[in-house]
Ligand binder design. Structure first.
Ligand SMILES: [Cu+2]
Length: 254
């Protein structure tokens, strides 16, 4: 606890120092100071919860793949566009969409995030990353894939990973939720990437759970997104050191 108190004190001191210096970081026309660039979490609050699915779960159907792909599977691969496990909805992207304090920018982590191609499916199917962070796209299959994202606000690319062990390193520079990623060789391959300018996002796991931590105390808008069942939005207030519980329910008609 002492560690957090110290870190917050340092942050406040440096923030005050920056605005107090005046001319050094304020433009002549009085524009606001440049944001404080943060590479660490701003606080100790968390938002945690469950994504539930109400009603009869849609059936997962076998994906008809090329023989080269089927050879990579021990059993019939199943569709992943709606995965419901005992009433829990997997692969829902959850993120803070409003309410973060003004005046901060978040440095992209130096660690990359990985999207793999395994048995002619993208793994993970739904993921998040920060703008400017490196996306490493790997090929674990002994044949060619062609990675093809369809962003609206970011630069697209369309590049091959011909052999097992090949990889691409790419980045998306501006926030965009979500970017669809396809493969030009295998039409059923699909991934979705949520790109944000902050680290406050998560994807629901097989048990439907998610956790977003390191938030400053505050009132936030949290948005959930599922590829089949759409987006929902809710208001959440959380204090320092607290965990706000957010439970979201989707249904076949939501
Ligand atoms: Cu492919």
């Amino acid at each position: 606890m002492k560690f957090f108190a110290l870190a917050l004190t340092v942050l406040l001191v440096s923030a005050c120092g920056g605005s107090g210096d005046g001319a050094a970081d304020t433009t002549d026309d009085g524009a606001p100071n440049d944001p404080v660039v943060e590479s660490t979490p701003l606080g100790t609050a968390s938002i945690s919860g469950m994504i539930a699915f109400d009603g009869e779960a849609p059936a997962r159907t076998p994906v008809r793949m090329k023989p080269e792909c089927m050879d990579q599977h021990d059993s019939d691969p199943l569709s992943e566009d709606a995965i419901v496990n005992d009433g829990a909805l997997q692969n829902t992207f959850v993120y803070v969409s409003a309410g973060l304090p003004d005046g901060y920018a978040f440095e992209a982590p130096s660690a990359s995030v990985t999207l793999d191609q395994v048995g002619c499916m993208y793994t993970p199917r739904v993921m998040g990353m920060q703008a400017g962070q490196t996306l490493r796209i790997e090929n674990s299959d002994p044949f060619q894939h062609n990675v093809h994202p369809f962003p609206e606000n970011n630069r697209s690319f369309n590049e091959s990973t011909p052999n097992e062990g090949d990889y691409l390193e790419k980045t998306f520079l501006v926030p965009e939720v979500m970017i669809s990623v396809k493969c030009d060789v295998h039409a059923w391959m699909q991934a979705y990437i949520g790109v944000l300018d902050h680290p406050y996002f998560a994807t629901s796991g097989a048990d439907g759970s998610f956790t977003i931590s390191g938030l400053p105390a505050g009132a936030y808008t949290v948005t959930t997104w599922h590829e089949q069942f759409g987006a929902q939005e809710m208001q959440v207030t959380v204090g320092d050191g607290e965990t706000a519980q957010v439970d979201v329910t989707y249904s076949a008609t939501s």
